[in-house]
Design a protein around this ligand. Structure first.
Ligand SMILES: Cc1cc2nc3c(=O)[nH]c(=O)nc-3n(C[C@H](O)[C@H](O)[C@H](O)COP(=O)(O)OP(=O)(O)OC[C@H]3O[C@@H](n4cnc5c(N)ncnc54)[C@H](O)[C@@H]3O)c2cc1C
Ligand code: SF4
Ligand code: SF4
Length: 945
């Protein structure tokens, strides 16, 4: 067998989704433009457009999809988070997305194992394990995005593989569906045992594979990679090793098989103890040669991780931005724990460094470093936050490289080689020479302790010179790694579509033939992920030349914070997917309205994107091409204060009458057809807790502070719509705390900042508001806000203007401060004295985070006497209110809130504080008095009384 046969018949392709819907029901199968587009990419350089996508929820869904695919001859590509770098989660037939199977099924703390579903994200998994002092050892840098199914299938690894090994060393069992239609529990069996024989008898493909391995054991042994990591080929080496020890080690066969042998529905994973304390050292070397020797000196201290970045990598990500000295030739990150190892994968007798305390280890690190020519003393971090800061650049390295040049992009085609650890500086020197000869800029970084180098050249693949350099480099570097260094072409990323072509050269024709026999045994019809791992298709096939000129690295980091993805776990309902959809050539608002209107505009994607992409902004631009008519009418009404404000006050005065269960039910019915014009999901549910509307607006209650009444001063309080129209205590508290701190704020003339208007596409109206506000605010020295969205919008005003208007908007933006920024530090002139006496946690509003304000609100809360501050889990995640999204799609907004509710509950807080009146609406509605909801200004005001 060579390549899988041509599988999809032309007449079949249109009926695939319909066939699948008949078997799986309408909700789990999609083939519309946005879905197909979002699933046509992963984090690799490839694009393959599928015919249909199945979002599996159960084992039955998996079995039904495979049965159909076998019967109809349609390829199936299993998928988890789609963050692989090799094109192994894209395919031309059915994408079987198991990413929605996210459950932790069983946890045995005593025996340190867990049974999981393939869609569980690694960081989420580790969060669940943290209270038990446990974690999963292997940790790819993509840990916030990737899922366990993908990690298992790629045999992923990461910085801590040095201590814990790759995934293959951390698995007890895998439950996998085979194309024969049967389920197999792949676990470690005793060779020759009757039970083992029974398993083999019931699974002919397995029996054939084990027989092949026995027969060719010598060949397999002779070809076994002699380096510490390998994820290339099928792991027949692990099977032979097992047989040599009297076991049939089945997990070894399936870990790293990249969805080409079956579909995983469950796995039982080994867990390790979470280190009690860790320390990170950041060491900048002036000479590359010193790094190799230093690594050798550090290894006896049993580091958990040793990561290197070469000089060019440091240049490309920007030395100044990351505080890297100009003369650093390489930077080493070393992480240590002070405890004895837990018997992870690479456990042997404890080496001499084990058991030392953290200070003792750090003393030794300092002593070792003295031997070398460093740019400066090593930076050492023991606090979690500081350590995360040191790791930040390394973890986001690959997508950060996307910022470097609009055309030359980091291309993964020789990205994952492994050599003996003591030869890695030799490898780096060879690579520097090679790429210099090609006149190609390249970043080389990686897990130096394992000899695993990630080589990421920056190329414009649409340019002939660069394309040829890529093809030549692919062959030359892989060849050199294999022949001169005796290394592996793949440590952890998998073969995928990238390395498949090179496998016969790497392993030799005989072993490669054996791989093909194994593949044919498990997948005789060739439907399982064809084109991946076992394929003679050149690696240049399916390269996405269009996408590689776009700014998005498709790394998926934004998906990890996107609240909509969190709920739907599906690529067409995700930030990364939306980038792909709205920038695709076939995009049209009408064929993609469903997804374009689903973004809550939380801006979390923009906050985390290492490549500097703002997906939310792109989506808003698309909405602006089709502004919502009803929203236009409502904002038009709001723009007529003489009409709008009396109406609000009337509603405020009569709220006691109409805001009761029965009238609200009537109101819900009456408003339904009108709100339908906003979105098909829009409604004002009778059960939703509404904010208290103001019978007298804030500007009327504090008329003496308004500009209209002649009040003047250097500080303006931009209250925005919520604090003016709702009597929720925020505006009063803001004014009270500013006054206590010696500021008599002016309430300047103002219009809506524009945030809600922008979300409905009315950009001209946003510009009008912005223009009015810039005019009005220009004369003040400081503009204080109490609302997260107003803060961000005012700071973002320059984006709406050009020339002189832009300069004025920039000047205003410079002066905008959230109240927490104004009062943190020296700004808090009057010390609050009245003890609060409550446990308080903080919900960090998304727009304030996007405006870069995260620490001041927390610092301010901690300065209130008697506050027992607890940081809640997921403080930085969207609560789902998102301004009017709550009304636009109440059901989704409540699903998003579930996670926040759990985090607040688990924190044990009596009060949840926030910095935004809009978030307060969602929090109050979701918590229903279970936990008190307060703006930080209110808590501070109370502490003054
Ligand atoms: C910025 C960045 C950094 C990275 N750093 C690392 C790193 O440090 N170490 C590392 O090892 N990798 C790294 N990767 C690569 C990638 O994140 C990992 O390989 C990851 O484990 C893939 O997981 P996933 O959930 O995204 O899987 P996917 O990409 O969805 O799938 C990967 C493979 O698994 C198969 N698969 C998925 N689910 C199933 C299933 N249920 N049954 C059978 N097969 C299945 C797919 O068909 C595919 O072949 C990085 C990627 C990025 C973008
Ligand atoms: S938008 Fe940014 S974070 Fe999201 S996939 Fe693209 S590069 Fe990654
Ligand atoms: S703004 Fe929020 S909801 Fe929209 S794409 Fe970004 S993260 Fe997702």
């Amino acid at each position: 067998m060579s390549e899988a046969p041509a599988l999809i018949l032309p007449e079949k392709s249109r009926s695939i989704a319909a066939d699948l819907r008949r078997r799986l029901g309408p909700d789990k199968v999609k083939d519309d433009f946005p879905t197909i587009t979002a699933y046509s990419v992963d984090a690799s350089i490839y694009k393959v457009v599928p015919k249909a996508v199945v979002t599996a929820e159960t084992e039955d869904d998996i079995a039904a999809t495979i049965a159909y695919a076998v019967s109809a001859g349609v390829p199936v590509t299993p998928r988890a988070a789609g963050t692989n770098l090799t094109g192994s989660a894209v395919g031309e037939g059915i994408i079987l997305d198991c990413g929605g199977m996210t459950r932790l099924l069983e946890l045995n703390v005593e025996e340190r194992w867990a049974r999981v579903q393939p869609g569980l994200n690694l960081t989420e998994f580790n969060k669940k394990l943290e209270p038990h002092g446990l974690m999963f050892g292997p940790d790819p840098s993509s840990r916030d995005m990737c899922k366990l199914g993908g990690m298992l299938s790629n045999n992923s690894a990461g910085p801590h593989t040095l201590r814990y090994g790759s995934v293959k060393e951390n698995v007890h069992a895998i439950r996998i569906h085979l194309s024969s239609g049967t389920w197999l529990t792949a676990e470690v069996l005793a060779d020759g045992d009757p039970a083992t024989e029974a398993v083999l008898a019931s699974q002919p493909a397995l029996a054939e594979t084990v027989a092949l391995v026995r027969k060719h054991a010598d060949l397999i042994r002779s070809k076994k990679p002699r380096v510490s990591k390998n994820s290339s080929g099928y792991n027949l080496f692990g099977l032979v090793d097992g047989l040599d020890q009297g076991i049939v080690d089945l997990p070894k066969l399936f870990v790293g098989s990249e969805g080409t042998l079956g579909v995983i529905s469950e796995a039982t994973l080994k867990l390790v103890d979470r280190p009690i304390q860790t320390a990170t050292a950041l060491i900048h070397f002036r000479h590359l040669e010193d790094v190799g020797q230093a690594v050798f000196d550090l290894l006896p201290l049993t580091p958990m991780a040793l990561e290197v970045m070469d000089a060019n990598t440091l240049n490309l990500i920007g030395r100044a931005a990351h505080g890297v000295p100009a003369d650093a030739a390489a930077t080493l990150l070393a992480e240590f724990d002070g405890t004895v190892g837990t018997g992870g994968a690479s456990a042997g007798p404890p080496p001499p460094g084990m058991g030392l305390s953290i200070p003792a280890i750090l003393d030794r690190v300092t002593a070792i470093c003295r031997k070398y020519r460093l740019c400066e003393d090593p930076t050492v971090a023991v606090e979690k936050e500081h350590q995360e800061q040191l790791w930040k650049a390394r973890n986001a390295l690959y997508p950060t490289l996307y910022r470097y040049d609009p055309k030359k992009k980091p291309i993964n085609y020789v990205d994952d080689v492994v050599v003996a650890a003591n030869r890695i500086t030799e490898l780096m020197r060879y690579l520097a020479g090679f790429f210099k000869g090609q006149e190609v800029n390249v970043a080389v970084f990686g897990h130096i302790g394992n000899g695993n180098a990630h080589i990421v050249p920056l190329l414009d693949v649409n340019d002939r010179h660069d394309f040829e350099a890529m093809v030549a480099g692919y062959h030359e570097i892989h060849e050199t790694v294999v022949t001169r260094f005796g290394g592996s072409i793949c440590g952890e990323h998998g073969d995928g579509r990238v390395r498949a072509e090179f496998l016969p050269r790497y392993f030799g024709e005989d072993l490669y033939r054996l791989f093909k026999q194994v593949k044919a045994a498990f997948d005789p019809t060739g439907i399982l992920n064809p084109g991946v791992k076992i394929s003679d298709t050149p690696f240049t096939e399916h390269i996405d030349y269009v996408r590689l000129s776009k700014p998005c690295a498709t790394c998926g980091k934004c998906n990890s914070v996107c609240p909509v993805y969190d709920v739907f776990q599906s690529e067409d309902m995700s930030s990364r997917g939306w980038f792909e959809i709205v920038t695709a050539p076939g995009y049209d608002y009408l064929n993609s309205k469903r997804v374009v209107e689903a973004c809550v505009n939380c801006k979390s994607c923009r906050t985390v994107c290492p490549a500097g992409v703002d997906v939310s902004d792109l989506i808003l631009q698309k909405r602006a091409e089709h502004p919502n008519k009803l929203a236009g009418l409502l904002f038009g009404l709001q723009g007529q204060p003489w009409l709008f404000e009396p109406f609000i006050k009337l509603l405020g005065r009569t709220q006691g009458l109409w805001d009761r269960p029965l009238p609200r039910k009537v109101l819900e019915q009456a408003l339904a057809p009108i709100l339908h014009q906003l979105a098909s999901t829009a409604r004002l549910p009778a059960e939703m807790v509404l904010p208290k509307l103001a019978p007298r607006l804030l500007r009327e209650r504090y008329a003496e502070l308004t500009e209209e009444q002649g009040h003047r001063g250097p500080v303006a309080y931009f209250h925005g719509c919520a604090a003016n129209y709702f009597q929720d205590g925020v505006g009063d508290a803001m004014i009270a705390v500013l006054r206590r701190n010696g500021v008599e704020p002016v309430l300047p003339r103002q219009r809506c900042s524009g945030t809600p208007i922008e979300t409905y596409g009315h950009v001209d109206r946003v510009k009008d508001c912005a223009r009015f506000n810039v005019d009005s605010l220009s004369r003040y020295e400081t503009i204080v806000t109490g609302c997260a969205s107003c803060t961000l919008m005012l700071k973002d005003y320059p984006k709406w203007f050009q020339g002189e208007e832009r300069r004025r908007a920039e000047a205003v933006a410079e002066k905008v401060r959230h109240v927490s920024e104004v009062l943190a530090g020296e700004g808090l002139k009057a010390a609050p004295t009245r003890p609060c006496g409550k446990t308080v946690t903080y919900h960090s509003s998304c727009h304030l985070r996007a405006a870069g304000v995260t620490k001041p609100p927390r610092d301010l809360l901690k300065r209130i006497p008697g506050v027992r501050y607890v940081e809640m889990r997921d403080a930085d995640r969207c609560a789902g209110g998102a301004g009017t999204f709550l009304v636009k799609d109440y059901a989704t907004s409540q699903k998003i809130f579930e996670r926040k509710r759990a985090a607040i509950r688990d924190s044990g807080a009596e009060v949840v504080a926030t910095s935004c009146p809009a978030c307060m609406i969602q929090l109050k509605n979701g918590l229903r008095g279970e936990v008190e909801v307060r703006h930080i200004a209110e808590l501070l005001r109370d502490a003054y009384q």
